[in-house]
Design a protein. Sequence first.
Lengths: 250, 250
Amino acid sequence: MIAVSEKNAPSTKNCPHNAAINCASCRLSAICLPLALAQDEIVQLDEIVQRGRPLQKGQHLYREGDTFTSIYAVRSGSVKAYSVSDSGEEQVTGFYLPGEILGMDGIGHNRYASSAVAMEVAAICEIPFANIEDLSGKLPNMQKHFFKLLSQEIVEDQQHITLVSKHTAEERIASLLVSISARNARRNLSPLSFRLPMSRTDIGNFLGLTIETVSRVFSRFAKQGLLEIDKKEVTVLDIDTLKRVASLGH
Amino acid sequence: MIAVSEKNAPSTKNCPHNAAINCASCRLSAICLPLALAQDEIVQLDEIVQRGRPLQKGQHLYREGDTFTSIYAVRSGSVKAYSVSDSGEEQVTGFYLPGEILGMDGIGHNRYASSAVAMEVAAICEIPFANIEDLSGKLPNMQKHFFKLLSQEIVEDQQHITLVSKHTAEERIASLLVSISARNARRNLSPLSFRLPMSRTDIGNFLGLTIETVSRVFSRFAKQGLLEIDKKEVTVLDIDTLKRVASLGH
DNA sequence: CGTTCCCTTGAACAGGGTCAATCAGCGTGG
DNA sequence: CCACGCTGATTGACCCTGTTCAAGGGAACG
């Protein structure tokens, strides 16, 4: 039932010494799905998680319209989700970093509402949704956690609506940078020096801006001494001002 | 346990002849919560629904930051949800018509992420979330339905992001009109002649436009013969063109 | 009957889009 | 090895959509 693609684990799935081969020992457990579960519950979650699905850059995890089967957790690398409207225009709906869950937009209509593609080499955990439903019926913690996850995504999407409908280009970009910085911090990475996994085009699409505007704002921020940016490599020099700009009234 | 505020129902809550006092006989049941439930399951849902909470225009159902306790279904009238950011700006996050569910943004952090206020006299069903979690643990249909509800709201929010970040003023307003028209049709009301329950200010805020632009676009649509509009009363004259404008590539 | 709220309309302005040119990296193939 | 084309990013000049500012109308309500 478990599709583990590891060679160096002749023992079994629950050996806590084999890092990253089960949830309990995964260094992301504190920010990923196991977050709300008790030890013995994590073991049950572990039973249904399918690991070892390394995607190359540009490979799709699923495509809009595919039958919904599973949700996914990013273990390493990064993933972009996007949907294409009837009229052919693309909308980037989210960037997913390690420890983050995607695919939940497929629950509603049994088909994914977006496509998910690796922005760089990425390891992914797959969790079949039927098993999650099953487990949620048995473990109240699991059910509660999933309700929360879904609800939080709603709140985040609504904040994003505010961002793109009421804020200036500078505020939107500052906001994205602050978000990525904070998410890096959660994973104990540097919040001030990191690599943007996505292209300018993706950033612009996500924020409702053109690529030119994105480029101009980055240049302006650099000129103002808020950050240094070389292609995708970012060094934040003045996080406070950046945060202030990100949450500017209007 | 049930807070029914009816006087003409001396019998009991499950009498199917007493319209609108239980879910099974409510004329909205086909589009509201009972939608996915079997007859005997609706009875169980009915047990936890609290009815008779008529709100006057301007009265709040809950406020941003309040402890999350319940989700709500609109029985009649209409409700607007909005949130206020740190910086004090308001964002209308949704309009809710009869048969629609609101309050689910509170699940994630045990506090409502938005405020909900009646845009006109409105009857509301309250469903304590603890009971829903309970029922969801027992009825797989209920759990599934709730996962779906939450997921669908995510998808709708993401479509709204596309709307406000990539579409013109005319497209946004056409889109809102088509949406309201369709939701009216679902309730067997006229899709071509209806009253907008919300103000121009609310429409503009919801769509990321100023009140002036909203007004101008309405005038333009009227001049083009797409609709007639007198204050809040709308008569759609050319729904096809309106739909075409609403889903215009960009 | 005056005040207020909501809406409409006009005129001027500006933020970001569009179009275009340039450049840097990078893999390919001659 | 270098020429070539391709993709992604940067920068400039101009323009357009929607905002801002301002004025005025009309319905509701005390």
